[in-house]
Write a protein that binds this ligand. Structure first.
Ligand code: FMN
Length: 351
């Protein structure tokens, strides 16, 4: 039985991104049980395999809050080389769906959150001077054993090709490292300039070029790429071959995309797909991590896998580790229940 039950601050989905940015909570003083075993994240010692992926940690205050709640790997939300506003509400729309496997055309909204939601922020970013100073201060305040990873994405300007996009990714990654990031993650689950109907992780030559350019800019800093849904082993193999020489690991799965229809029968988000995150993506993401792990083992690649998608319990974390994940990151469940890492730790330390 869980022993913790506090009334803790949560991201308010009825309010704007900027409101949630401004109203970030302070760290809390709560007992955090030890997680048995020895753990590291990309070679940096940590107290557990538990982390949070890019998104819910809008700024340094959110990072320090969740660090106080038992997460050891904190990913600062995706930032850019220029300021970008957030999409209008809803940014987080609960949906009612069975496990998703990719290819589902749409799913219905629901009033109550039942574990999964459509995510629609558009990767907003504060201006670089704001986030760079915030990353620097946050790194200094984070206790030993906590890792700060910073997620970055390139911002496409009109007329740009892949060279310009790669240079923008590299500039942003270098700024993150200069500001004190322990690890850099480039988000490749975003539209590609060369082929706007595809995403960068699906365009292997472009992905290779961007990864190589980023690696040249950040030296030896541990480097991860975040990817979306990769449905086949063949595509997984291509992706590993393309980016493997330049990165230390891959974080997956960003989300599974579908359209979203409301109770009145209208498609939300102007009929465009949105990434569904949370419980509905667990099975598919576990499978994907397993497939990538098999290839890495067979081909003797030295790549770490970060399991992301739908985890909310100690069993889910263990399932990711069993599939070959080096570490496990939780977004949706941590936003709904800020004590989720404490519950997982309680359950692992008292099986
Ligand atoms: C509120 C929110 C914002 C997100 N923003 C980003 C982002 O900026 N960059 C990114 O790579 N992924 C983003 N994601 C995706 C998460 O990093 C993660 O891949 C996804 O939520 C799956 O994990 P979960 O099922 O535990 O939520 C976001 C997710 C949520 C819930």
């Amino acid at each position: 039985m869980p022993t913790t039950q506090h009334d803790l601050f949560r991201y308010d989905i009825a309010k704007s991104y900027d409101w949630n940015y401004e109203n970030a909570p302070d760290p809390v003083d709560i007992e955090v049980p030890d997680y048995p075993g020895e753990w590291d994240f990309m070679g940096i010692p940590t107290g557990s395999p538990l982390g949070m992926p890019a998104g819910p940690l809008l700024n340094g205050k959110w990072v320090l809050y969740y660090a106080s709640l038992g997460f050891d790997v904190l990913t600062y939300k995706t930032v850019r080389t220029r300021e970008r506003a957030c999409y209008d509400l809803p940014n987080l729309q609960p949906v009612d769906t069975e496990p998703l496997h990719g290819g589902e055309p749409e799913c219905p909204t629901t009033l109550e959150m039942t574990g999964s939601w459509a995510v629609s922020f558009g990767m907003p970013s504060k201006a670089p001077d704001v986030w760079r100073e915030d990353v620097e201060t946050t790194r200094k305040k984070l206790p030993k054993g906590k890792v700060l990873s910073v997620s970055v994405v390139g911002s496409v300007l009109e007329g740009w090709g892949i060279e310009e996009l790669a240079a923008d990714y590299a500039r942003c990654a270098k700024w993150a490292v200069d500001s004190g990031a322990d690890v850099v993650e480039t988000n490749f689950s975003c539209p590609n300039v060369s082929s706007p109907d595809g995403q960068l992780y699906q365009q292997h030559e472009d992905a290779r070029f961007v990864a190589k350019t980023v690696r040249q800019a950040i030296g030896d800093t541990p480097y991860l790429i975040k990817v979306g849904h990769v449905p086949t082993r063949k595509e997984a193999d291509w992706l590993i071959r393309a980016v493997g020489p330049y990165v230390d690991g891959l974080a997956m799965t960003n989300s599974v995309a579908t359209k979203v229809r409301d109770e009145e029968g209208n498609l939300l988000f102007e009929g465009q797909c949105r990434g569904i995150c949370g419980k509905a993506t667990l099975d598919e993401s576990l499978k994907q991590v397993g497939t990538f792990h098999e290839i890495i083992q067979e081909k003797h690649h030295d790549l770490k896998l970060i399991g992301v998608g739908g985890a909310s319990t100690a069993e889910d974390v263990q399932s990711y580790l069993d599939q070959g994940a080096h570490s496990v990151q939780i977004a949706t469940a941590a936003m709904v229940d800020p004590e989720v890492a404490i519950r997982i730790r309680e359950s692992v330390s008292n099986p």
